[in-house]
Design a protein around this ligand. Structure first.
Ligand code: ADP
Ligand code: TYD
Length: 204
């Protein structure tokens, strides 16, 4: 039987650079000979992508939002993440549960304890081996997002104060689960960040 694969997640506020570095990291790991499942949340399964469509467009109660995030996650774990890790593959996910603590908890104000209960229910003892937190000032992230020219979704249209709360909640989560977090100063150049990732990933 092959050893369990590695589970890596990328987190941060919108515009911090997750998608850029997610794509790079997947290619980097494949070039090193790993079999890599590249995935994202909300999404990662056919049902999860349908839920993502609703989550990014439809106004809803904050608890509905949290429950749908975790429903999509339950499907993602059952159909994609757990089987891949059991095969010995690497899983690299653009966001996972820390985003629920940051956005639904920090951003929207849902009680941390309710999120912890959902986490326990949906994940049991599954946790990422490494979480790369791209840390960036909310104003700089907003400028980067606007620079892409893409239409903003329901979350990206939130005020800067929302993203400041999201960022602070990510810091709280990183302090609570310090062992698996790697905080990256995302104001650096893309090349500098890739060099940091290369070193960090070699010791997972
Ligand atoms: P996210 O997935 O976190 O929302 P993206 O990776 O889509 O962020 O990046 C948002 C924008 O910022 C893109 O135009 C991207 O090219 C740019 N970008 C990403 N990282 C950096 C960086 N370190 N320095 C400058 N621009 C960056
Ligand atoms: P993301 O894929 O990062 O957006 P984009 O493709 O535009 O870069 O994530 C979509 C949004 O979902 C993002 O604004 C954060 C939000 N989100 C939550 O609020 N809670 C969660 O648990 C997750 C996974 C994402």
């Amino acid at each position: 039987m092959s050893a369990r694969g590695k589970f890596i997640t990328l987190e941060g506020i919108d515009g911090a650079g997750k998608s850029t570095h997610h794509a790079w990291l997947v290619e980097h790991l494949r070039a090193r000979g790993h079999t890599v499942v590249s995935t994202r949340e909300p999404g990662g399964t056919p049902l999860g992508e349908k839920l993502r469509g609703l989550l990014l467009t439809e106004p809803m109660h904050l608890e509905t939002e949290a429950l749908l995030m975790f429903a999509a996650r339950r499907e993602h774990i059952a159909e994609v993440i757990a089987p891949a890790l059991a095969r010995g593959d690497w899983v690299v996910s653009d966001r996972f549960t820390d985003a629920s603590f940051a956005y639904q908890g920090g951003g929207r104000g849902l009680a941390w304890e309710k999120l912890a209960q959902l986490e326990q229910w949906v994940q049991s003892d599954l946790q990422p081996d490494l979480t790369l937190l791209f840390d960036l000032d909310a104003g700089v992230a907003r400028q980067r997002l606007q620079g892409t020219g893409n239409a903003l979704d329901r979350f990206e249209r939130e005020q800067q104060a929302f993203f400041e709360r999201v960022r602070a909640a990510y810091h709280r989560r990183a302090a609570e689960c310090a062992g698996r977090f790697c905080l990256i100063d995302a104001s650096q150049s893309i090349q500098n960040i890739q060099e940091i990732l290369e070193v960090r990933i070699s010791s997972v």
